[in-house]
Design a protein around this ligand. Structure first.
Ligand SMILES: C[S@@+](CC[C@H](N)C(=O)[O-])C[C@H]1O[C@@H](n2cnc3c(N)ncnc32)[C@H](O)[C@@H]1O
Length: 238
């Protein structure tokens, strides 16, 4: 399983209030409306920021531990958090916007599953609703040809090792947590990086592409870390 031990330390590793504001601003470049579904919401940092505007948010994540972390945060009572797989949205209703943020979509490893996800999202968007997501860029595959390694210690004294490497279309992340009782907990994550031209073709089967940018501020596919997509449900006449 992934994001079980990591769930507890996720914010300590990656939480960044400035980045949360950048996400918030990017999301609000379109009118997202007042009913939102967030897929793979993680520890709910962006979710909470969006909820402060009084919008209704249903937020799911595959990891029970991530959902538990999100639920225990201040101001989370108005958000409907639940454990669920973004590939199975049959319990979900209709939304004016569906979000999938911070390279969560790269956890979908099978291209057919990704197409299935787009079909599910389309089915759960109300007329003209928006789907916003981001992916790792192709440059990340280049960057992690050389292994990245980080070690450190959390406030509770648990030490960790985090390594990232890439091969072919895949990014592999390994986490080791050295608990104070002498046990070691490990997680092995795999993400797939999709080629933008292929991705655009698949998106266009379901949606109208509204905006694609790199790292929030560059238009189109450029050098950078992440590609950001805003697509819209096609009108009935299309
Ligand atoms: C990099 S974290 C991003 C979390 C959050 N979106 C954020 O902004 O910080 C990726 C998240 O994707 C979730 N995830 C991976 N595969 C999933 C799936 N099939 N369905 C739902 N969540 C999934 C993980 O549990 C994890 O919380």
């Amino acid at each position: 399983m992934i994001y079980n031990t990591l769930a507890h330390y996720y914010d300590a590793l990656v939480k960044d209030d400035q980045a949360t504001s950048a996400w918030y601003d990017w999301i609000h470049t379109v009118k997202i409306g007042s009913s939102i579904l967030e897929l793979a919401c993680g520890s709910g940092e962006i979710t909470r920021r969006l909820a402060q505007d009084g919008v209704h948010i249903d937020a799911l994540d595959l990891s029970e531990e991530m959902i538990a972390e999100a639920k225990q945060k201040q101001d989370s009572q108005s958000i409907h958090y639940f454990t669920g797989n973004m590939l199975d949205l049959k319990e979900c209703g209709q939304y004016e916007a569906i979000l999938c943020l911070c390279d969560s979509i790269n956890y979908i490893l099978d291209p057919d599953d990704l197409i299935h996800l787009f079909r599910e999202v389309d089915a759960h968007l109300s007329d003209s609703g928006y789907f916003l997501f981001d992916t790792h860029s192709l440059d990340r595959l280049e960057e992690f040809q050389e292994e990245f390694n980080e070690t450190g210690e959390f406030e509770d004294g648990v030490q960790y090792q985090w390594s990232i490497m890439a091969e072919d279309d895949f990014i592999y992340q390994d986490f080791a947590f050295y608990k104070l009782d002498g046990t070691i907990q490990q997680e092995h994550h795999i993400q797939r990086v999709y080629e933008p031209t292929w991705l655009h073709e698949q998106l266009e089967r379901f949606f109208t592409i509204v905006d694609i940018r790199t790292d929030f501020d560059q238009e189109g596919i450029q050098s950078g870390e992440k590609y950001f997509y805003i697509v819209q449900k096609k009108g009935k006449e299309q």
